[in-house]
Design a binder for this molecule. Structure first.
Ligand code: MN
Length: 474
C-alpha cells in the first residue's frame, strides 16, 4: 500500500521575534501541511495553529481507516472548516481582528491500490514536487506579484524581489468563505514533495532547494538543512519546511524521518532502506502528470457576483428613488423639508434639507393638520413653494420674511446654509385657513428663529405643537 512518510522543521529565523508559521507532519494520519500566519502581535500564531489543528481534527473525524481519504473533497472541506474556525475566532476576539494564514497541505486520496496524491493551497506558501531529480512548483501563489506576473506586467524574476511580494490576494480566515485550489494525480512511489513557507524560497534559490532535496534522503534531515540554508541567507522571515516522500510497500515497515521543531509530530526512526528504494523508484517513474488547478467554487463565485450586481443595481435604484423625494415634516416644532421617504427606506434615512422659521404652533389647526398629513413631491422647489404658501396665509407676525407680495417666496435659509430661492410655482395653496386658528399668542415667542440642530426626521406628533425651544438665531 502506498503511504506518505515525512518530517517537518520550522524556525523563527534571524529577525522576527516570534514564529507565526506552523507545520504538521502526521504520517499516521496521512496529512502534511504548512501554515504561515499573519495579523497583529498574536494573531498570526493563533491563525496558523488553529488552522492546522482544525484541519487535522476534521480529517481525523472523517477518516474511516488507515488508508487514503475518500476523495480530495474531504481535504477541501477540512480547509473550508479551518477557514470558518479562524474567521469565527477573529470575530470573537478583538485582539485577533483580521488575523489570517496561508495553508498548503498534501494527503493521499482515493481507493487503496489506486491512491492519488492531493494538494490543496490558499495563499503563498508553496508545494514543490521533486520527480526524477527535477524540481517543479505545483502551487500558484495567491499574491499581488503573482497576479502581475500572470498579467505579464512583471517577470518572475522581478516578482521574487518585489517590495510588495508579501501582499496576498487570498488567505484563510479573513472572509467567511474561501476559494481553495486543489490538484490530484497518481501517487508515484519515489516522488518527493516539499511544503514550505515564503521564508524558505525568498532566501534560497530553486536550484539550491532541488540540490538539497536530491542529496539528503532523510526527510527530517532535508527539512532541517533547508531551514538552515534560509537562515544562512538572512532568515528575514519565519522558515518552515515539510518534506514528504511517497513510499510503497517494499520500503520497509518503518517510515523515515524524525520530528523537527515547532508543531511537527514525532516520527519513527529513519528506515534504512528508504534511500535505496527512493533511488530505484525514480528510474521507472512515469512522466509527471500535469497538475490540474481547479477552482472548486468558481461557478459559485460567478453566481454570487451576479447576485451582488443585481442587488447593487436594485439598491442604487431605490436610493435614487428615495433621494428624489421631498416631504414636509417638522423638527423641534419648525416646519421642515426632508429629502427621502417619510419612514425611510432600507437604510436610507430621510435627510434634513431645510428647516424653515415657520413654527408649527403658529399655523392654523387646519394648516397644522396639512403639515402632519405630510406633503410629498419630487421637486425641492415644489416643497419650498408649499411651505411658502403656508406662511402667506398665516398671521404669525415674524414667522416668515415680511413681504408685501403674497406670491413672493418666503422660505427661510436651511440648516445647512443652503438658502434656496424657489422658482415661481403653480402649486395651489394646500391650506384652507380656518377662522378659529392662527392665534399668535398660543404659540411660542414670535421671535423664535429657525431651528439649527435637528436629529429626528419624523413627522411631528401632536405634542410637537406645544413648544419650540428658543435657539440662537444665526
Ligand atoms: Mn512568511
Amino acid at each position: 500500500m502506498t503511504r506518505l512518510v515525512g518530517a517537518a522543521h520550522t524556525d523563527v529565523g534571524q529577525v522576527r521575534s516570534n514564529n507565526q508559521d506552523a507545520a504538521l507532519a502526521d504520517p499516521g494520519g496521512g496529512l502534511f501541511a504548512v501554515a504561515d500566519g499573519m495579523g497583529g502581535h498574536r494573531g498570526g500564531e493563533v491563525a496558523s495553529a488553529l488552522t492546522l489543528d482544525t484541519l487535522a481534527a476534521q480529517i481525523r473525524r472523517v477518516r474511516v481507516g488507515p488508508g487514503p481519504l475518500e476523495s480530495v473533497d474531504v481535504l477541501v472541506d477540512a480547509v473550508l472548516g479551518a477557514n470558518e474556525a479562524v474567521f469565527a475566532e477573529a470575530r470573537n476576539n478583538a485582539e485577533l481582528f483580521n488575523m489570517g494564514t496561508t495553508l498548503c497541505a498534501v494527503a493521499l486520496v482515493g481507493a487503496p491500490g489506486t491512491e492519488h496524491l492531493a494538494v490543496v493551497n490558499v495563499g503563498d506558501s508553496r508545494v514543490y514536487l521533486l520527480r526524477d531529480g527535477e524540481l517543479s512548483q505545483l502551487t500558484e501563489d495567491h499574491s499581488l506579484v503573482q497576479s502581475l506576473v500572470r498579467d505579464g506586467q512583471i517577470t518572475a524574476a522581478e516578482a521574487a524581489v518585489h517590495p510588495q511580494r508579501n501582499i496576498l490576494t487570498r488567505v484563510i480566515g479573513v472572509e467567511p468563505d474561501v476559494e481553495v485550489d486543489w490538484w490530484e494525480w497518481p501517487a508515484t512511489t519515489g516522488d518527493r514533495y516539499l511544503l514550505c513557507s515564503d521564508g524558505l524560497f525568498n532566501e534560497v534559490t530553486d536550484a539550491k532547494i532541488a540540490a538539497t532535496l536530491r542529496q539528503l534522503a532523510d526527510p527530517a534531515e532535508a527539512a532541517r538543512a533547508l531551514v538552515g540554508m534560509a537562515n544562512d541567507g538572512g532568515g528575514r522571515d519565519n522558515i518552515t519546511c515539510v518534506v514528504v516522500d511517497v513510499a510503497g510497500d517494499d520500503d520497509g515497515a518503518s517510515g523515515n524521518g524524525g520530528g523537527g521543531g515547532g508543531a511537527a509530530a514525532a516520527l519513527p526512526d529513519p528506515g534504512p532502506t528508504a534511500a535505496a528504494s527512493l533511488a530505484s523508484a525514480l528510474v521507472d517513474a512515469p512522466p509527471p502528470a500535469e497538475p490540474r488547478p481547479r477552482r472548486l467554487t468558481g461557478r459559485v463565485i460567478g453566481f454570487t457576483l451576479l447576485l451582488l450586481l443585481v442587488f447593487g443595481a436594485a439598491v442604487f435604484a431605490i436610493r435614487t428613488w428615495a433621494r428624489h423625494n421631498y416631504f414636509i415634516g417638522t423638527s423641534n416644532g419648525a416646519v421642515t423639508i426632508f429629502r427621502g421617504r417619510p419612514d425611510g427606506i432600507l437604510w436610507f434615512d430621510p435627510e434634513l434639507v431645510d428647516v424653515t422659521d415657520v413654527s408649527l404652533a403658529r399655523l392654523t389647526p387646519a394648516q397644522q393638520e396639512q403639515v402632519k398629513e405630510g406633503y410629498t413631491t419630487s421637486s425641492h422647489a415644489d416643497a419650498l413653494d408649499w411651505v411658502s404658501q403656508l406662511t402667506t396665509t398665516t398671521t404669525a407676525p415674524k414667522s416668515v420674511t415680511t413681504t408685501t407680495d403674497p406670491s413672493a417666496r418666503t422660505t427661510s435659509s436651511t440648516a445647512a446654509g443652503t438658502a434656496t430661492s424657489a422658482p415661481t410655482s403653480s402649486i395651489a395653496p394646500p391650506v384652507t385657513p380656518s377662522a378659529s386658528g392662527g392665534q399668535p399668542g398660543a404659540g411660542p415667542p414670535p421671535s423664535t428663529p429657525a431651528i439649527s440642530a435637528v436629529t429626528a426626521p419624523v413627522l411631528a406628533p401632536a405634542a410637537a405643537t406645544t413648544t419650540v425651544p428658543a435657539a440662537p438665531s444665526g
